[in-house]
Design a protein around this ligand. Structure first.
Ligand SMILES: *Cc1c(COP(=O)(O)O)cnc(C)c1O
Length: 361
């Protein structure tokens, strides 16, 4: 006698059924300023060298499970203190997932200031952890008393602080972060995905706080397609986290390509410097438009507010004019009427500005 097979709604955990899948819009031929990608291609000669460097790779072999050469290279270019260790992830998204999987216990909480990177909540919920978002203050800074209250009350196992923050672009106050580090009994993850676009970092402070880990990614510096992130911190934490890492999570092509690209880090640094300059120019032009409020950004994107109720119209008009940005699509709350644009090449930024001016008329 066979038993009747169960349906997805009987077998899939209810909290997974309640989720909607992470949606990425099709960008077609649009100028793509929605995902904080570096807009610059490599010179043809460098592409040839890179392809040549891939020639010796044996796709029939598993990758080095510890990605030793790449780890060593990353420690140098990211200025990780000598006494600290690294765990690599298939993007920092995978590192967030490894943290959640390792720390998920029935009463464990994840805490983050909001609005922030949506993956903290999504991954915490998928891993079966409780999630609490604490509102930022009206300038999108940390509300320290509210954060400290939440820490006392929930004793979160994990606190995520994006530094600079996405989608606001804010660089949180250093002393506020130090207070949180001292108050938290759990791990505090400083997510420095936008490190190439600011001089601020907690990397050199590793070891000063036993509960501090610093997360970086190569995505925003120009290698989003490779999917490579790193978590840096004391060995006692990273050795445990490494146990939940799938053995070959960084594939051979990513290991080799990242090694190659990081040998040309000076080019990526030049691109980041250019983007920082263009960020200031773009923010200046946007601020000059009537009705637009621009938030200052330490990242490679700019958050801005349009006149009340105009958000979707502006977004649609930009798309019709060939420019894709991010509609933060909040009918109310702190991001009401807000859109986010990635800083592109000077030509892309000009096309965006022209389209924005038309959209506002
Ligand atoms: C983009 C982004 C990431 C994602 O990085 P990947 O390495 O591409 O997974 C992580 N954190 C923040 C705050 C981001 O904005």
């Amino acid at each position: 006698m066979g038993t009747k097979p169960k349906t997805p709604s009987q077998l899939i955990r209810p909290e997974i059924q309640a989720l909607s899948a992470y949606h990425v819009p099709d960008s077609g031929n649009l100028i793509k300023l929605d995902a904080m990608e570096n807009p610059y291609r490599w010179p043809d000669e460098l592409i040839d060298q890179w392809l040549e460097s891939l020639r010796s790779i044996e796709l029939n072999r598993y990758p080095d499970p510890a990605a030793r050469a790449l780890t060593k290279q990353l420690k140098t270019v990211m200025q990780v203190p000598d006494t600290m260790q690294l765990v690599l992830g298939n993007g920092s998204d995978e590192l967030i997932q490894m943290l959640a999987v390792a720390l998920a216990q029935p009463d464990a909480w994840v805490l983050a200031p909001e609005p922030t990177f949506v993956m903290y909540r999504l991954i915490a919920e998928v891993a079966g952890m409780n999630y609490l978002g604490v509102p930022l203050d009206e300038n999108f800074g940390l509300d320290v008393p509210a954060m400290l209250d939440a820490i006392t009350k929930y004793q979160p196992a994990l606190v995520f602080l994006a530094y600079p923050n996405n989608p606001t672009g804010t660089l949180f106050d250093r002393e506020a972060i130090e207070e949180i580090l001292r108050a938290a009994s759990g791990l505090v993850i400083l997510d420095e995905a936008y490190a190439p676009f600011t001089d601020a970092s907690f990397m050199s402070r590793l070891g000063e706080f036993n509960n501090l880990l610093v997360m970086r990614t190569v995505s925003k510096m120009g290698l989003a397609g490779l999917r490579l992130g790193l978590l840096a911190g004391p060995a006692c934490w990273l050795e445990e986290l490494d146990k939940v890492r799938l053995p070959y999570n960084i594939n051979v092509l990513t290991q080799a390509s990242a090694l190659f690209a990081l040998e040309h880090k000076a080019m990526l640094d030049d691109q980041a410097a250019q983007i920082r300059k263009d960020r200031a120019l773009l923010a200046g032009s946007m601020s000059a438009l009537p009705g637009i409020q621009v938030y200052s950004s330490a990242a490679n994107f700019i958050l801005f507010r349009v006149p009340e109720g105009k958000c979707l119209d502006v977004f649609d008009s930009l798309r019709e004019q060939g420019v894709l940005i991010k509609n933060l699509a909040a009918p109310q709350g702190p991001l009401v009427d807000c859109l986010r644009v990635t800083v592109g090449t000077p030509q892309q930024n000009q096309a965006f500005m022209a389209a924005l001016q038309r959209a506002l008329n």
